[in-house]
Design a protein. Structure first.
Length: 402
């Protein structure tokens, strides 16, 4: 018999532009994560020797994020030397995969308390820095017909008949909802200010959001992936989707996820752990799922993963109160809602990565704090979290408020 995996806390850093000049560029990746570990320890008077493991995602595990960045964070946070740590990489799903693995560890009964999360300093370790055959080896690219994710997003929009205005309208709503949530304080309980070594606050809230965004401004941006498409990628993807004559390139910096820095941490444990350390659970992980779909179009995995997760839990879409899909691109979220037959009214109710940014390895676990806070605020019960993943994969997790 498995144990229930309870969520005792879920926190994150603010998100800021992931390029030189961004507010968090001065902060080393391990320090972004270490700050959250210190916060978990202090706010719960946590005896860190009770923690069995720490699992964090990181998509660029090289340079300052290499050498098991999670272990560096544990040591820099001055946690007990008995606490082990591991870094994992399932591309954009890494943060949520860390949460799922932590929940599975606890459910197995073999471990009692695990921290999950992720970190990505995209300003200090630019996306793609780690290379890899999937992106750099021509033999692999030709065999798998690998193209830019953005071209896959454009192909989804083309197949679905979504116009540039359709995806821009979705992006505008993301900006409006995120700005409202930040300004109304919906994130305040989970967003932990990033401070320097002298205790001076570097950044206290998300500053990537653009509350003044208009549909006209979005419409004035140039497509991001048309040039790459002309360099042979269009022919690669059209060789499979040969009913399409031409890709409609609708995605721009305004309706795609932003490049940002950030970190996340979720405290997951058994009922016994809560009793031992005096914590009351806020939620629990009900079910998890991963799957894979077409690796060429790459971004259609979230819907099938969510359906698989529902089946595992013995639930239907009507049992889910709120839905959270990472806004890698507008068409990804729009396809997700179509696949599941769910309304935008209950999906990404506080905006998403188009407005706030997508710190690759951290995002999935960030969604846990966002959705758990919102379930509590609205007095609702369940939520589904999903992300698209490189190579055609999809990931989903059902969270239930306790």
């Amino acid at each position: 018999m498995t144990n229930r995996a309870y969520i005792y806390d879920a926190i994150r850093t603010p998100r800021s532009k992931g390029k030189p000049g961004g507010s968090l560029n001065e902060v080393k990746p391990f320090e972004l994560a270490a700050g959250l570990l210190r916060e978990l320890q202090s706010r719960h008077d946590l005896d860190t020797s009770y923690v069995d493991d720490i699992v964090m995602g990181c998509v660029g595990p090289i340079g300052e994020q290499g050498g098991n960045v999670t272990q560096m964070a544990v040591q820099m946070a001055d946690w007990d030397e008995s606490v082990a740590a591991v870094q994992l990489n399932r591309y954009c799903a890494s943060g949520l995969e860390a949460v799922n693995i932590a929940a599975q560890k606890v459910a197995s009964g073999w471990e009692q308390l695990v921290v999950a999360g992720g970190v990505e300093s995209m300003s200090r370790v630019p996306m793609g820095s780690d290379g890899g055959a999937a992106f750099m080896d021509p033999e692999v690219a030709l065999h798998s017909l690998s193209v830019s994710q953005g071209i896959g997003a454009d192909m989804i929009a083309t197949l679905e008949g979504w116009s540039r205005e359709d995806v821009d309208v979705f992006a505008l709503v993301s900006q409006q909802r995120a700005a409202n949530a930040r300004d109304q304080g919906y994130f305040n309980g989970s967003v932990i200010p990033v401070k320097d070594r002298n205790g001076i606050t570097i950044l206290a809230e998300d500053n990537f959001i653009r509350p003044g965004t208009t549909l006209e401004a979005l419409g004035g941006l140039n497509p991001s992936f048309e040039k790459a498409s002309r360099m042979g990628m269009a022919e690669m993807i059209l060789s499979k989707y040969n009913s399409v004559e031409k890709i409609n390139h609708v995605h721009t910096p305004g309706n795609s996820s932003g490049i940002v820095d950030g970190a996340s941490a979720v405290l997951i444990g058994s009922e016994k752990a809560g009793q031992d350390i005096g914590l009351k659970p806020r939620g629990r992980v009900v079910a998890t799922a991963v799957t894979s779909t077409d690796p060429i179009i790459m971004l259609t995995g979230p819907g099938p993963a969510a359906k698989k997760c529902l089946a595992t839990a013995g639930l239907t879409t009507s049992d889910i109160d709120l839905w959270e899909i990472n806004e890698a691109f507008a068409s990804v979220a729009m396809r997700y809602m179509k696949d599941l037959g769910v309304s935008h009214d209950v999906t990404n109710v506080n905006g998403g990565a188009i407005a706030m940014g997508h710190p690759l390895g951290a995002t999935g676990a960030m969604l846990v704090s966002t959705i758990l806070d919102e379930l509590e605020r609205r007095g609702l019960k369940r939520a589904m979290l999903s992300l698209c993943v490189g190579g055609g994969m999809g990931i989903s997790t059902i969270i239930e408020r306790v």
